[in-house]
Design a protein around this ligand. Structure first.
Ligand code: ADP
Ligand code: MG
Length: 557
């Protein structure tokens, strides 16, 4: 069995660290150019005060060279930053989508669709900001501050001391002020999950909502969440506003102290006018990034919440998969022995199920609703795993199969039909990607839906709407049957395939099913007796157990 380690959200950093390094190098080069430029100005100013005439050419040529170099460095800096951020984002998004399709079905049972969408969109935006803005800015701040400090230190250690002494205290206060930010952000993201879930439910169930007058109830639920969001936002705003003020203080207090110190030093004759000039220009290179740090601390605390939430998705268990891609052979197709299963630990839904399905046979599951028939089919498709017992298919244990290879053997028509937005032709073609139009039509003819499709003004190109909203229940069901026909798999699982069609259409489909069942192994969950007539074997489900097994006299046994 493949046991792959869970990916980490920051894995793409291993691939793109060099872009980040390039960015730091370009930033360093740019700051050095600025330092050199101010050095030139300091010299020129001092020379001027000393009464020396300035030769314009001597002054300008190095400046133009520095400007050109500065332009090149700025270009490299911006280019490497944007490339880094876009590559990181793309890889992280691909990683999440790639993970999502592999996560076990149970996760989707407990995580609401709205919450998951919120994570994929909103939290992803947060992380984009982290890699596009926050991290690059912090790195640049670090590089500029160190470069400028080294320059100032070379000029005067006393000046360097005064320049940096205030910052640690101010940053410490800023960090304390933003202590609550992480907790507030975690609550905020959870509230938006709830809001998305409620909105999603209200939209999905819009007709039930209307029919049962649930508007007030739904609105109350959403209002309640929104009240909490407003409270949370107001708390957040206060913390961030305090932090903003802190940023300004970090920018101005040290600047002011430094100016005063410069004046003092100049008075003592330890600093020239040119040096003060250069220093003032450079100080901005420290004060600006330093002033931004309190805001960045707060942002990072918020982004960390999103990183954790997305990492939780990446940490989910993946579907089991072996490596076997076996040839379907042998007389026994499916074998369940003493299978027990529950969606949760509290309730066992299947209890000690044992059954064998022979090649080419037609098996029917019957029994009251809630008996566990659909659950058996979900286990056969590998959506859930038995907690006890064994599931073998074509003589190989389920765990030995590559999950994709196993699913190629099975075509499922599930009880809850799902159609993707798109045309009818596209929806049928999902049965077998790359199928020709003739094959699609052929499948639709067998599923008794071709004539209906041809009556539509746009025929096979008719859009089905979200979840197939523009079609009737029976039409959707027949399209999903056509999809399964097109897949042409050796095992066909039909979960109440004709529950939503009228008796006449049903007869047509039954005929088609009989036709397609000829060389296949078919398990049908039947809700009407006429389906059972064709069955070689019938299993009666009752409360998660097989209560009875009937074998047709001339059936396969
Ligand atoms: P049948 O198809 O025979 O009507 P099912 O297999 O759909 O019955 O359901 C069997 C039992 O499992 C029911 O009690 C149902 O409530 C429960 N059940 C079905 N799906 C889920 C799920 N995703 N999570 C939790 N319980 C479920
Ligand atoms: Mg069912």
């Amino acid at each position: 069995m493949k046991s792959s380690k869970n990916p980490h959200l920051t894995d793409p950093l291993k691939r793109y660290w060099y872009l980040c390094l390039l960015y730091v190098l370009f930033s360093y080069a740019l700051t050095q150019i600025l330092v050199l430029g101010s050095d030139r100005i300091a010299d020129a100013t001092d020379n001027l005060f000393a009464g020396e005439a300035i030769v314009l050419q001597e002054f300008m040529v190095p400046f133009i060279v520095l400007m050109l170099l500065g332009g090149a460095a700025a270009f490299g800096k911006s280019y490497s930053k944007n490339t880094f951020s876009i590559r990181m984002q793309t890889d992280m998004r691909n990683m999440l989508i790639g993970k999502l399709v592999k996560i076990r079905t149970v996760y989707f049972d407990k995580e609401g669709t709205g919450a998951l969408m919120n994570k994929l969109l909103s939290d992803m935006y947060q992380i984009e900001a982290l890699f596009a803005e926050c991290i690059p800015e912090l790195l640049v701040a670090f590089v500029s501050i160190v470069t400028v400090c080294v320059y100032i230190g070379i000029q005067s250690v006393r000046l360097l001391f005064v320049t940096v002494v205030c910052y640690p205290i101010l940053l410490w206060i800023a960090n304390r002020l933003t202590k609550a930010v992480g907790a507030v952000a975690a609550v905020r993201r959870q509230l938006y999950d709830d809001l998305e879930n409620s909105a999603y439910d209200a939209i999905q169930g819009i007709l039930v909502g209307k029919a049962f007058n649930l508007y007030e109830l739904q609105k109350k639920r959403i209002d309640h969440i929104e009240d909490d969001i407003v409270k949370n936002e107001s708390h957040r705003t206060k913390v961030l506003a305090a932090n903003y003020v802190m940023g300004d203080l970090v920018r101005w207090i040290p600047k002011l102290i430094c100016y005063l110190f410069c004046l003092y030093e100049a008075g003592k004759g330890r600093m020239s006018v040119g040096a003060i000039f250069a220093y003032v220009m450079l100080l901005d290179q420290i004060a600006r990034p330093m002033g931004n740090i309190p805001g960045q601390i707060a942002s990072i605390k918020e982004y960390a919440v999103s990183v954790r939430r997305l990492q939780e998705v990446l940490n989910q268990e993946e579907e089991m998969s072996g490596t076997g891609d076996f040839v379907p052979e042998g007389d026994t197709v499916i074998e369940l022995s003493h299978v027990s299963f529950g969606y949760s630990e509290e309730k066992e839904v299947l209890k000690d199920i044992s059954l064998t399905v022979k090649k080419g046979s037609s098996v029917a599951f019957v029994g009251r609703s809630g008996g566990g028939k659909s659950t058996v089919m979900k286990i056969l498709c590998g959506f859930y795993y038995p907690q006890k017992g064994q599931y073998r298919i074509y003589g190989h244990d389920f765990g030995e199969w590559d999950i994709g290879a196993l699913r190629r053997q099975i075509a499922l028509v599930s009880q809850n039909v799902f159609l993707f937005p798109g045309s009818i032709a596209q929806n049928v073609a999902y049965g077998r990607i790359g199928a020709s139009r003739e094959e699609i039509m052929d499948a639709c003819k067998k599923a008794n839906i071709h004539d209906f499709i041809m009556q539509l003004p746009k025929g096979y190109e008719t859009e089905v709407g979200e979840r197939g909203a523009r079609l009737s229940g029976g039409q959707k069901q027949r399209i999903s049957i056509a999809r399964a026909f097109l897949k042409d798999a050796p095992i066909l699982l039909l979960d109440e395939p004709t529950s939503a069609v009228d008796v006449e259409t049903e007869q047509g489909i039954q005929e088609a099913l009989r036709e397609i069942s000829r060389n296949r192994t078919v398990i049908t969950i039947a809700h009407r007796l006429n389906t059972i007539e064709d069955a070689d074997e019938i299993y009666v489900f009752e409360d998660g157990r097989i209560a009875e097994r009937k074998v047709r006299a001339n059936g396969i046994q």
